[in-house]
Write a protein that binds this ligand. Structure first.
Ligand code: NAD
Length: 483
């Protein structure tokens, strides 16, 4: 491993604007997935640490300046945070790769600074308080912060926290951030930057921890809103627990997105980009194009070409700039992916390339980038999220309607791509796909536009002005006629 930064062993949690000692003496090691070396450690959090964080956030909301700070000043603070993080971008990228094996080239682009800048800039166009005419009189319509927001994020990308925190701060919320125990270290850099720029105490509190600690956050009545990114299974549990107190909730969950090749699809562009979309972040991306839908007439050509592209990918050290696919997070993720490949085989799928671990490595957690052919859309490998670079290629018979029906035959609805020599035809198909985002002849994402899931991929939107809405509560003040 390229060690350009030192191992991190940190104490305490960021609560009420300062590092506060942990309530227990337990430690959690952070392991580099490519070689199993320990890259750092953090205290093991408990319910008491989480309670201290939620109390600090509540106090900062009820008594502190942040919810009442003018939006222009909040925007300036967001820009200062972005500048502070940018100065430490190499360190942040190193920490990301060290913790979860994200290829270093991707880690540099995945710190989410553009979201801080987007919301800082967008704030000036938001009518924070507007006088509006109703049916029988006028009123002030105010966009107020939803309150204290609990932000729960998974381990697969640091930008997932930035999909939430900038919008929450811009809205005037105070927050409790709960990173995954596998990837806590970069949030200590964030805490230092927040101290440097002088964010008021308690506006951001950070306690990394496991699902049990996350549940304490969800259950705490001090929390008005939970914004969660993670598995559909955990999202379901969180939503049901919040129902008791009508807690607000946004969910960004799993996916099983399709790259839809129409019968005139330009394969020379479509297949390399589909591969990049499938193997993004070692296949550990909710938006991964993990199903490829190919017309029967071109099926063999698609399978053969995709297998050749995927089979020749550089797999290895995620710190090496030329690596495209690194390791998966841990043994559990590896075993899960390998067991799905076996399930696919037993259901009749054919492994065309990959299918095992990377044989010349005795350390780390590896899954060969894999293409499964002869997959039917009702097989488990086509319906369930695998979360590794495992691509199911599925033939369809019939015209565009058949492709649309197959793409939509999924419990998920997050992302996708549709390919045709005729962009208008592809657009017509895209309009009929039940996913929150989809790209015509490409695979692109833009934080200035809303992102989120249909069906079991989630509720609510991040990014764009819609992402700010997730942290706002509207207040109407009816005014007397004379005012
Ligand atoms: P996970 O659901 O196990 O955990 C996600 C986070 O939630 C972690 O911080 C975990 O500690 C916490 N958590 C788990 N159960 C909880 C509970 N009952 N109460 C409170 N907190 C709880 O998911 P994971 O394995 O860490 O992440 C991978 C999943 O995330 C995949 O399914 C992937 O598709 C999804 N994901 C979705 C998006 C998106 O934007 N839609 C983005 C990235 C990842």
């Amino acid at each position: 491993m390229t060690m350009s930064f030192e191992r991190r062993d940190v104490d305490g949690f960021f609560i009420g604007g300062a590092m506060r000692p942990a309530s227990s003496t337990g430690r959690v090691d952070v392991v580099h997935p490519a070689n199993e070396e320990i890259v750092g450690s953090v205290p093991k959090s408990t319910a008491d640490d989480m309670a201290a964080a939620t109390a600090a956030a509540r106090q900062a909301f009820d008594e502190g300046p942040w919810p009442h700070t003018p939006p222009e000043e909040r925007a300036e603070m967001l820009s200062a945070i972005a500048d502070g993080l940018e100065k430490r971008i190499d360190e942040l990228a190193w920490l990301s790769t060290a913790q979860n094996g994200m290829p270093i080239t991707l880690a540099r682009q995945s710190q989410g600074l553009e979201l801080l800048r987007f919301y800082a800039d967008a704030a000036k166009d938001v009518p924070w308080e507007e006088r509006r005419q109703g049916l029988s009189g006028s009123g002030l319509v105010r966009r107020t912060p939803v309150g204290v927001a609990g932000l729960i994020v998974p381990w697969n990308a640091p930008s997932l926290l930035m999909n939430k925190l900038p919008a929450a701060l811009m809205a005037g919320c105070t927050t409790v951030v709960k990173p995954s125990p596998e990837t806590p270290l970069d949030t200590y850099v964030l805490a230092e930057v927040l101290q440097d720029v002088g964010l008021p105490p308690g506006v951001v509190n950070i306690v990394a921890g496991d699902a049990v600690v996350g549940q304490h956050l969800v259950d705490d009545p001090a929390i008005d809103k939970i914004s969660f990114t993670g598995s559909t299974e955990a999202g379901r549990k969180i939503m049901s627990r919040l129902a008791n107190r009508i807690g607000r909730v946004s969910l960004e969950l799993g996916g099983k997105s399709a790259s839809i090749l129409l019968d005139d699809a330009p394969l020379e562009a479509a297949l390399p980009i589909t591969m990049a979309g499938s193997c993004l972040n070692n296949g550990q991306a909710c938006i991964a194009l993990s199903r490829v839908l190919a017309p029967r007439s071109r099926y063999d050509e698609v399978v053969e070409t995709l297998a050749a592209i995927v089979g020749s990918l550089p797999v290895g050290d995620p710190f090496d700039e030329s690596t495209f696919v690194g390791p998966v997070l841990n043994a559990k993720q590896r075993d899960r992916a390998l067991s799905y490949i076996e399930i696919g085989r037993s259901e009749g799928a054919r492994v065309v390339t990959g299918g095992g671990t990377v044989l010349d490595r005795d350390k780390g957690f590896w899954v060969q980038p894999t293409v499964l052919a002869d997959v039917r859309n009702d097989m488990r490998v086509a319906q369930e999220e695998i979360f590794a670079a495992v691509i199911a290629v599925i033939p369809y018979d019939g015209g565009d309607e058949a492709a649309v029906a197959m793409a939509n035959d999924s419990p998920y609805g997050l992302s996708g791509a549709v390919w045709s020599a005729d962009p208008q035809r592809a657009l017509d198909v895209a309009r009929r796909i039940r996913t929150g985002t989809i790209t015509v002849n490409g695979f692109t994402y833009d934080v200035g536009l809303p992102f989120g899931g249909f069906k079991q991929s989630g509720i609510g939107r991040e990014w764009g002005l819609e992402g700010l809405e997730a942290y706002l509560e509207y207040q109407t003040i009816n005014l007397p006629e004379s005012s």
